[in-house]
Design a protein around this ligand. Sequence first.
Ligand code: TF8
Length: 337
Amino acid sequence: MKTLFKPLLACLITAGALAAPQALAADIKPRIIRFGYGLAEDSNQGRAVKLFADEVAKRSGGKLKVKGFGSASLGNDVQMQNALIGGAQEMMVGSTATLVGVEKDFGVYDLPFLFANEKEADTVLDGPFGQKLIARLPAKGLVGLTYWENGFRNVTNTKRPITRFEDFQGIKLRVMQNPVYIDMFNSFGANAVPLAFAELFTALETRAVDGQENPVNTIQSSKFYEVQKYLSVTKHVYSPWVMTASKKWWDGLSRDEQKILQDAALASRTFERKDSRAEAMRSVKFLTQQGMKINMVSDAELKRMRDKAKPAFDKFAANGGAEVLKELQGALGQLRK
Ligand code: TF8
């Protein structure tokens, strides 16, 4: 027995000696992290921010406290980006589409009908292409931690079901503040109106605009079904969200703190995508029950939309986006081999 115990004891002591000082030495200061986002607390975005906060608390022994601020209460996406760059706010999650003022090439994700499904999106966003774009952010004052899923976007409006691009004629459609969306929907014959998400519900309610486009999750969590009649499943763009931190603030964190945030971000990504996809499956039924008239758009008509949107591709390429577009198409081609 004696001889058996000794090595075991030695093992335990060594393990303890290795583990204990490491835990003690972890350089974590008590910090409050203000994390802003645009959707409601009760949304896929809100739930994932909560998960992230829990993960950070767990991994830091409660020292790092992430405080979520939903419904754009710290400002809309663009205002929050500026606050992060200036160091007045620590973290946020928002659309890649609204990042174009900071890094133009993020607009590539907004070109229509690129990703065929979520799996392609995950692979490209988490792979070299998506990470290379994220790596451009520190030079602009932001640190990109990970992509979440916003999702495939669909159109709602009060006028008529969209079954073909001709149905967009004359519809005042709110779009994100991003030139690709403006070009795309104008090419379909709509009257595209760029507007911050925070102002969207009121704009729909007061009929300042006739419609908008977003994933079904958001149509549900933002209660657009209360003010919109028709939902047309176009899946015209796969829209990513990106979680960012203020570079000014991030640079003052210890390695241990940075690692905790990075690891928790990856955990939140796994949770968020699963949660969003499960919710999207339920949303269509929910929206039908709320009285929305839902129509699917045929593949043939989606192809016609894609062809019609060519000017948006051409303009994006001509304005310095040719290379990033080629790279993204290359990454997708690689996947489809
Ligand atoms: C939009 C986006 C928004 C997101 C959110 C505020 O239509 O899809 O849902 O940017 O983070 O503006």
